[in-house]
Design a protein around this ligand. Structure first.
Ligand SMILES: [Zn+2]
Length: 502
């Protein structure tokens, strides 16, 4: 338990550090940025020479035209303004100061050498191990696909997919050719067209690897295989579906990039603190809500990683189990065989785990069992399909959860959306790194609702949605939109992107 607590305490301190830094920035009327796990670009971070970066703990993280955003824990350090003024004059650049935490600066500086070496390093190595590292743009990948032999084609496409952070690879046969498309940051991006003949060989290879029948082309088939790039092993889920022009194959890349921390997801410090408060208690229900594709499962996994310690028994109930996590028992529901969420939950409770993660609460039966568990010494994490934190209370009452149970069980609701992150290489103007979209990577915007005594009264008299919404505001909570606009003001995303989801 000590280790468990220490980990939670560490995260708690980290959330507090970011919260303090954010307040300090506001008091100095400077923008705040969290750079822990920021997707730095070598060319940008290298703008500030190593000795200057080290001396002032300053890091450049984004370049937009001649404007460069730089962050440090103390932008008022003696000599810093002069040093930056000189550098700016020499390079014809203007520096815009941001405030970041000490941890942000430390993290950035530990990555300095590695990132700078990647852009200024020796001529391109051609060994296969380094291949993945060298594909940094879509154009690199197209060039590579044009050059390699058919036997290396699958390796090239998958290495490219990994380097470009694709989550899925689609092969879509058309009338004359087969289109390869990657899903990156939730959007499909065209990669290249393959001749039909080449695709046949590739498809056979994929089907053999994933134990899918080669001769069956009329029905959908699922399979799985493991692929190795350098030292990284990744699981790939395969889905083959017949279409008018042939067989469409979709590969889902189940990489560890999907396991992100709350910091990496840019969850605001106050919400991180609320999450850590709620999950450091031995019981209670913690809900993540949002529409499909808002990253709810990603949040659950981020919390599970935090709680995953040898002395804590964690069981998950999922549909389907996508990512295997060591140290956690993962149960796959199978409604077709009658093994649904309520059944699985009852079975799991007999093992008396400390933490239970239920993929989604869809019906009153699941909700009731989950709430019972949360009231009897289990920490229960789950997701709900509602648009706001306030709406979750109204929804659970509406599907028939008994009000007294709900009032006692629920400890936190977080509503969330995924937004695209402004590309660090070009600052949103469009470049090779972001496939001209101006965005690279995604993060979360959030709002949270910790029910207080007054909210519990509302639950007990089954108040309406608008009453919960009013209470949310009365408690001084920030909305999803507030959080999003703040992140847009920090330059992490755009107002348009925020308004399209919140
Ligand atoms: Zn870009």
């Amino acid at each position: 338990m000590t280790q468990d607590l220490r980990n939670v305490v560490h995260s708690y301190d980290r959330a507090r550090e970011e919260a303090h830094t954010s307040e300090f920035a506001a008091s100095r009327e400077l923008p705040y940025v969290n750079l822990v796990n920021f997707p730095f670009v070598g060319e940008v971070i290298a703008i500030i020479p190593r000795d200057v970066a080290e001396r002032f703990r300053i890091v450049s993280f984004m370049k937009i035209g001649h404007n460069v955003r730089v962050a440090s824990p103390n932008p008022f350090a003696q000599g810093l303004a002069e040093a930056m003024g000189e550098l700016g004059a020499k390079l014809s650049l203007t520096f815009q100061p941001f405030i970041c935490s000490k941890s942000s600066a430390e993290y950035s500086l530990t990555r300095y050498d590695e990132l700078v070496a990647a852009v200024t390093g020796p001529a391109k190595a051609q060994t296969k191990e380094q291949f993945a590292v060298r594909i940094s743009t879509l154009k690199d990948l197209k060039d590579a696909i044009d050059k390699v032999s058919t036997t290396e084609l699958l390796e090239t496409i998958l290495s490219g997919g990994l380097s470009l952070d694709a989550t899925d690879v689609h092969f879509e046969p058309g009338e004359t050719a087969v289109a390869i498309r990657f899903r990156i940051d939730g959007k499909l991006v065209e990669v290249i067209d393959l001749p039909e003949k080449t695709y046949h060989l590739l498809a056979s290879r994929i089907k053999t690897l994933s134990h899918i029948k080669l001769d069956v082309k009329k029905v959908a088939q699922d399979g799985r295989f493991t692929f190795t790039v350098g030292e990284q092993h990744i699981d790939i889920r395969v889905n083959a579906v017949p279409t008018a022009y042939g067989e469409t194959i979709e590969l889902r890349l189940l990489t560890f990039k999907n396991f992100l921390s709350l910091d990496q997801l840019n969850v605001s410090p106050d919400t991180q603190k609320a999450i850590l408060d709620a999950v450091s208690r031995p019981e209670g229900l913690v809900l993540f809500t949002g529409p499909t594709g808002s990253g709810k499962t990603t949040s659950l996994y981020a919390v599970l990683q935090l709680l995953n310690k040898p002395d804590s028994k964690i069981v998950t109930i999922e549909d389907p189990v996508e990512y295997r996590i060591e140290g956690i028992e993962q149960v796959q529901v199978n409604p077709a065989d009658g093994f649904d969420f309520p059944q699985a939950l009852r079975a799991v409770l007999r093992q008396d785990p400390n933490v239970i993660m239920v993929g989604e609460i869809r019906d009153v039966e699941t909700a009731q069992i989950a709430i019972d568990a949360a009231l009897t010494g289990h920490l229960v994490l789950s997701t709900l399909h509602t648009n706001s934190a306030a709406a979750s209370f109204a929804r659970l009452l509406q599907i028939g959860v008994p009000k007294y149970l709900l009032a006692d069980a629920i400890s936190l609701v977080v509503a969330q959306r995924l937004v695209r992150r402004v590309c660090a290489a070009c600052g949103g103007t469009g470049c090779d790194v972001c496939y001209q979209t101006g965005f690279r990577g995604r993060f979360l915007i959030v709002e949270h609702f910790v029910p207080d005594a007054q909210t519990i009264e509302l639950i007990k008299r089954e108040a309406s949605l608008s009453e919960f919404e009013e209470m949310f505001k009365k408690l001084g909570n920030r909305t999803l939109l507030d959080d999003g606009l703040e992140k847009a003001a920090q330059g992490l995303t755009t107002e348009e992107e925020v308004r399209s989801v919140a």
